[in-house]
Design a protein around this ligand. Sequence first.
Ligand SMILES: CC(C)(COP(=O)(O)OP(=O)(O)OC[C@H]1O[C@@H](n2cnc3c(N)ncnc32)[C@H](O)[C@@H]1OP(=O)(O)O)[C@@H](O)C(=O)NCCC(=O)NCCS
Length: 311
Amino acid sequence: MDAEITVSELTADESPTVSRLCEQALDLPEDAVEATSIVDVLWSRAAADRVVVGLGAYRDGALVGALLCSLSATEPGTGHVDLIAVAPDQRRRGVGRALLRRAERVLAERGATEVLLAGNPPYYAWPGIDVRYTPAVCAALALGYRQDRTAWNMTADLSYDTSPALRSTEAAERRLADQGVTVRRAEPADLPALAAFARSTFGGAWDGELAGSVGRADAGCHLAERDGEVLGFAAYGSSRPSWFGPMGTAPAAEGSGIGGVLLRRCLRDQRAAGLDQAQIGWVGPVPFYSGSAGARIERVFFLYRRSLNAE
Ligand SMILES: CC(C)(COP(=O)(O)OP(=O)(O)OC[C@H]1O[C@@H](n2cnc3c(N)ncnc32)[C@H](O)[C@@H]1OP(=O)(O)O)[C@@H](O)C(=O)NCCC(=O)NCCS
């Protein structure tokens, strides 16, 4: 390790400093602009229900790099690196290497046998490393990580009135109403029913994403129901203000147009909040999003893992 660098655990009061570093160090503008919400979700909110550790790298007393890592709440023995960023003028001097190696030790001490450079849902900012962060891809390979999966986002264009993403939902909602289906914004009182629906229909726990969306600033959720029974939902903003998801429609209601209506209601909200594009995160059914909102595949991520037992 470079003798001039010291790495130590970050304290919660350093969160604004970490956000400022990320604003400069996340080279993609769409990430830099959301640096503060990314740090808040990955650190403050995630720490409510899992082990999260922040590491800072310092040179001459100044923060020059930061890393946030966490343990999976569902897969014992799996650690995640959720964020790594090194100040642009400090790169290729071993800071990233020192941070990653320390993260591996910290995670191992807490029971991890494997480390993933991949999102740890429901609190994640990226599914993995965006391929355009090419230095990070190089660093992952240099440090013994192997790519095991690929993931992608789709972009919905909200920048012009006639975008397919902003197509009216009125006629489809009238057709649904004729079949007794109501579509409306979800309220905090709906959370238990939504979480139960997600669990019983899809087997996964989306409680975190739902709680992070319903009734929160920069976020929201819409649902469809018949006779008080949830038939589908769509949420946005839980991981990042510009990100859409998750969503789900009951298999029995598929093909009725519910999904497209719920999706476009969320996208309409995101546009009203001032966004000119939304990211449909970690997709999923490409033809559905392409057909319902004209979304296109844009961000592509490589996911990496490294066993800590292989040394
Ligand atoms: C990825 C990042 C954290 C690496 O930090 P760093 O301090 O420059 O990394 P290190 O100096 O420790 O490099 C470790 C090794 O990675 C490889 N590497 C890093 N940057 C590289 C580059 N631009 N090209 C080729 N290899 C590279 C090298 O093998 C390097 O070892 P070497 O310098 O001895 O050859 C930094 O580039 C960064 O902050 N990028 C923007 C944020 C980002 O991409 N985060 C990940 C997505 S969340």
